[in-house]
Design a protein around this ligand. Structure first.
Ligand code: GLY
Length: 422
């Protein structure tokens, strides 16, 4: 009798959990089916032999590609790997391999900091699925190339070779942008597979300096911090892609949440966890965040006291454009952060799922055959540069699918698909 009473008490919650699992899995599989349709069509027009990598669309809705030396070529192979991860389609894997291998020359590239994005989203995923030693060696060589940009005096990896202030009065020679946190994952990988701790040392020193100089006391972020290489001191705190120097660029905040979460995973240093959680709470609780949780391109757009530099195109734009890429990066990051956050974890998990549902709605998701075969609409590249405004962007799609894979594993209680492993 007692057993029957216990069963009757827990039965409703068991049924509720089961029906949620079915709902989750339907949502995820529908979205991967849709992604596959987009990708199949993209593969008909994108030509790997031309070494041109899908990035966005132009004003006429036509596909825009870049060469491999821009910061985004790793995302298309990464998208193929992310979709392969879910559906295990052999043809997709063959394409993923071709697109990944086309990027091999980048292993010696030293001209900007984005090698982590370029190689870890492509070769990192490729190595995760194939354990091909050649891919591992290419990743390690890429980590060496990235490390050449580290300066022991500033304790940071130089992002761009120079940065021209929007105020028109200054050209900096050691700019570091918050996005750079993402490139550190490649360095952690290289230390894990080689045993050479110098990569990890660079990553941790860079992350500590970013935490100290780039994150404000309310856990919002500066986009660009410029250093003096003689003294190692901060020379300027500015923005390149945000509204103003003192504002918080939405995608920059997203890179920070993701980056500090990942650095906590690799270091177990609680200071990084606190920073990731503070940055996440800033995003989640911001009064200007729209109800669907897809942020405007800058958190401070609606406020007084945020003045663009004289040369910034932000002076000419009043529309409240959303940035779906900032939302998809944040969703993926929050799913991981939820694992490390104890009771607060549920808040991060639920928020991530809300974002994914918004992005999967007709407001953001394109019908296959439209949107030049990108999955998501309504991202912003850079309003200050007057470039890529309210368009699809390949990295919005990449992090959307990465988040869906994370959601898939987590909703089934499976081990999480992180891959800084030997
Ligand atoms: N890392 C460049 C960007 O987020 O636009």
């Amino acid at each position: 009798m007692k057993k029957i009473i216990i069963l009757l008490t827990i039965l409703p919650s068991l049924l509720f959990a089961k029906s949620n699992l079915i709902k989750d899995s339907l949502f995820i599989s529908e979205n991967f089916k849709n992604a596959q349709k987009h990708l199949n069509k993209m593969l008909q027009v994108a030509d790997v032999k031309a070494l041109q990598y899908p990035r966005t669309i132009n004003k006429n809705g036509v596909l825009v590609t870049t060469d491999m030396y821009d910061w985004t070529p790793g995302f298309f192979p990464g998208l193929l790997w992310n979709t392969y991860e879910f559906n295990q389609d052999d043809k997709l894997q063959a394409e993923a391999i071709k697109w990944t291998q086309s990027l091999e020359p980048l292993k010696n590239f030293e001209e900007h900091h984005d090698l982590g994005f370029m190689m870890y989203c492509s070769y990192g995923n490729a190595y995760r699925f194939t354990k091909n030693k050649l891919y591992k060696d290419i990743l390690v060589q890429s980590a060496r190339s990235l490390s050449t940009r580290y300066n022991a005096t500033t304790g940071s990896i130089k992002s761009w070779n120079t940065f021209n202030s929007w105020h028109g009065n200054k050209k900096y020679s050691f700019p570091v942008i918050i996005d750079n946190m993402m490139n550190l994952e490649l360095l952690f990988f290289a230390s894990a597979v080689t045993g050479d701790t110098s990569f990890k040392h660079i990553a941790l020193t860079h992350a500590l300096n970013t935490m100290k100089n780039q994150i404000r006391s309310d856990y919002s972020s500066y986009h660009v911090v410029c250093y003096d290489t003689l003294t190692g001191k901060v020379e300027g705190t500015e923005t390149a892609q945000g509204l103003a120097d003192n504002s918080t660029w939405a995608r920059g905040q997203a890179w920070g949440i993701y980056g500090f979460t990942m650095v906590y995973r690799e270091s177990k240093d609680k200071r990084f966890l606190k920073t990731a959680q503070g940055m996440a709470d800033y995003f989640i609780n911001h009064p200007n965040l729209p109800a669907d949780k897809v942020p405007y391109w800058d958190f401070n757009l609606l406020e007084k006291g945020y003045i663009p530099g004289v040369n910034s195109n932000a002076n000419n734009v009043n529309d409240l454009f959303r940035d779906a890429s900032a939302a998809s990066i944040t969703a993926s990051a929050l799913l991981e952060l939820s694992l490390y956050s104890g009771v607060k974890g549920k808040k991060y998990y639920d928020f991530a799922i809300q974002i994914l549902h918004s992005l999967a709605s007709a407001n953001y998701m394109a019908t296959p055959g439209t949107n030049a075969n990108f999955i998501l609409k309504h991202s912003v590249g850079s309003i200050p540069h007057n470039g890529e405004i309210d368009v699809p962007l390949i990295y919005a799609d990449y992090y959307f699918l990465e988040a869906l894979n994370r959601y898939n594993q987590m909703s089934q209680g499976k081990p999480f698909p992180f891959w800084v492993k030997k």
